[in-house]
Design a protein around this ligand. Structure first.
Ligand code: ASP
Ligand code: MG
Length: 597
């Protein structure tokens, strides 16, 4: 029989009336002939209230006790929801995470799911019950209660849908779907009919708050279709599946991370192992780094800049300082800026369309917004801007990509309503991933692209419109640009811009770059005729901070210097000198052997 998992968030369960309404929604699905598993969050703001209570007692509650405390919120909800079902004459049983058999690791307050047993749930369902499962919680090897991190009920729901081989997972929440950007920031934001797992992963990790990002990792790994909809209405909501909403539209959404900070280490030795050393100390403190930009070295020295959430700036600075102390980085200078925001556009279609980066830079240039740093990957373009420009930047990008308009080829809603998981496929995925920790890092490919060359313009004026001008000229010369990074140069009012092009276009690109450099009075243009781009793709590449470190470590042990890096949720790209291509590929294949599936 088909199984539907329905998850209800805190606002949808805030009062006893709402609990009854949620119970009725689940009962209707059962009456249509499905087996139903309900996953519930704590009522209303109960988790926040519990957090505040703990803080009243101590500044530093032990994580184990925090989990003991916070898990009670969901326990209240399951019991009341079961009672609601009973009062409506429907058979239902409530279960805590431990009773279901959701086994996690022991990292309290941010535990990862290792395995879930399905026997008990399946038996209860077969006996005609609606099963009401507590979200957000599990149990570790010592039978201690753990929680999955704030917002973790989504992850419980999708993980249950995965192992139960459910037909679909419905997430009922206080918004009616996924939007092209945060509608509270931009009123023209549009609800999308459909979005791909990869796009949703990027948006969620960039702070689009609708879904817990680890739930999307499960959905992608196990191929679980998710419908996000409002518990107040019967509107169809948004569907999260493999394919994007539109084949024509390259960009599906835009985000802003208002409170970001930049850290730069200027003039560090340009030798293998420098980045490894710095980033492993930062990762050791569980700080997530983004927008890593490493200048291509001059005179054996290079500059490394990256961004971190502003709230983690001081911890990151400490880590960098201790990195510098431990290893003689010699003559370097450390600078930071905590007055910056990161604005990104995301879309699967970017990889196949030209001019997306150029359109991004133009929109910002027309609004006279200065771009401080740029990183691009196959699925997103991020720029760092002054915080004062952040909301305006988001607006002009949303506008430039016409995100407020439903694409002409947008998936048909009625068709969408019938999307269900393929049974054979579901069983096959579950069988294939059997015995592997469910949230273990998942790498599906390590690849080499040795068809590209690099161009770098050093000492560009750091003013609005520069990137737009450069890529206009490059596009006019018919050159398809792949990776773009613009770094913070350190010298006042200057930036370095690096991009990669097909090898046979290097000469043309250099002509263009030299002309531009002359016109703008830049220091120099350098290039490398043969570079190798190595990519690791999979799921959870950023939430497992160890991925970039693994890449750095294995290459540094082989004496290979990393020139450029960019990261996204589903792919990490590294550029090294072309002569190392085969050796670097072999290194990375070995480094990820144990998680290659
Ligand atoms: N109740 C938990 C929280 O507020 C889990 C959830 O709602 O998803 O974070
Ligand atoms: Mg939530």
């Amino acid at each position: 029989m088909s199984i539907i998992v329905q998850k209800f968030g805190g606002t949808s369960l805030a009062t006893s009336e709402k609990i009854l309404a949620a119970a009725k929604k689940a009962i209707r699905v059962k009456q249509r002939g499905h087996q139903v598993v309900m996953v519930v969050s704590a009522m209303g703001k109960n988790t926040d209230i519990l957090v505040d209570l703990a803080r009243e007692i101590t500044d530093r509650p032990q994580p184990r006790e925090m989990d003991m405390l916070l898990s009670t919120g969901e326990q209240v909800s399951v019991a009341l929801t079961a009672m609601a079902m009973h009062s409506l004459g429907v058979k239902a049983v409530s279960l805590t995470g431990a009773q279901i058999g959701i086994k996690t690791d022991s990292s309290h307050t941010k535990a990862r799911i290792k395995s879930i047993s399905t026997e008990r749930i399946q038996r209860l369902l077969n006996e005609g019950n609606i099963v009401i499962a507590a979200g957000f919680q599990g149990i570790d090897k010592d039978f201690d209660i753990t929680t999955l991190g704030r917002g973790g009920s989504d992850t419980t729901a999708v993980a249950l849908a995965a192992v139960l081989q459910a037909d679909a997972c419905e997430i009922y929440t206080d918004v009616d779907g996924i939007y092209t950007t945060d509608p509270r920031l931009l009123s023209e934001a549009r609800r999308v009919n459909q979005i791909s797992y990869d796009e949703m992963l990027e948006l969620a990790s960039l702070g689009a708050g609708v879904m817990h990002s680890r739930s999307i990792e499960f959905a992608k790994k196990y191929n679980v279709p998710i419908r996000v909809c409002s518990s107040m209405t019967d509107a169809p909501g948004s569907l999260i599946i493999t394919s994007p909403e539109s084949k024509q539209q390259a960009v599906c959404g835009a985000t802003v991370t208002i409170d970001e900070a930049r850290i730069s280490l200027l003039g560090v030795p340009d030798v293998p192992g420098t980045s490894l050393h710095i980033f492993s100390l930062i990762a050791g403190r569980k700080i997530t780094v983004d927008m890593i930009v490493q200048n291509v070295g001059a005179d054996g020295r290079s500059d490394i800049s990256f961004t971190v959430p502003k709230s983690e700036l001081s911890a990151a600075l400490e880590a960098v300082e201790s990195a510098a102390k431990e290893k003689e980085l010699g003559g370097h200078e450390l600078t930071f800026d905590d007055n910056v925001s990161k604005v990104s556009v995301v879309g699967l279609g970017m990889a196949h369309q030209t001019g997306i980066a150029d359109r991004t830079f133009h929109a910002l240039s027309d609004a006279e917004i200065n771009i401080q740093m740029i990183t691009t990957s196959e699925i997103k373009i991020s720029v760092l801007v002054d915080r004062a420009d952040a909301e305006q930047a988001l607006r002009v990008l949303h506008n430039a990509f016409e995100l407020e308009k439903t694409p002409a080829d947008s998936a048909n809603l009625a068709e969408n309503a019938n999307i269900h998981r393929d049974r054979t496929d579901a069983a096959a995925v579950v069988a294939r991933l059997q015995g592997i920790d469910m949230e273990e890092l998942f790498v599906d490919d390590v690849t080499l692209d040795d068809t590209q060359a690099r161009v770098t313009i050093n000492g560009l004026p750091d003013a609005p419109g520069i990137a737009a001008t450069v890529f206009d000229e490059v596009a006019a010369a018919n050159v398809f640009v792949d990776m773009i990074v613009q770094s913070f140069d350190g010298k006042d009012g200057q930036a370095d811009l690096t991009f990669t092009v097909p090898r046979d276009k290097l000469a043309t690109s250099m002509e263009v770059a030299n002309l531009l450099a002359e016109k703008m009075g830049c220091d120099s243009v350098t290039s490398s005729p043969e570079i190798a781009k190595l990519s690791v793709s999979g799921v959870g590449l950023r939430s497992h901070t160890s991925v970039a470190i693994r890449m750095f470590r294995s290459l540094s042990q082989a004496g290979i210097n990393v020139d450029l890096i960019n990261t996204s949720e589903v792919r990490v790209n590294i550029i090294v000198e072309g002569i190392h291509s085969q050796k670097a590929l072999a290194c990375l294949q070995t480094a990820f052997e144990d998680v290659l599936r």
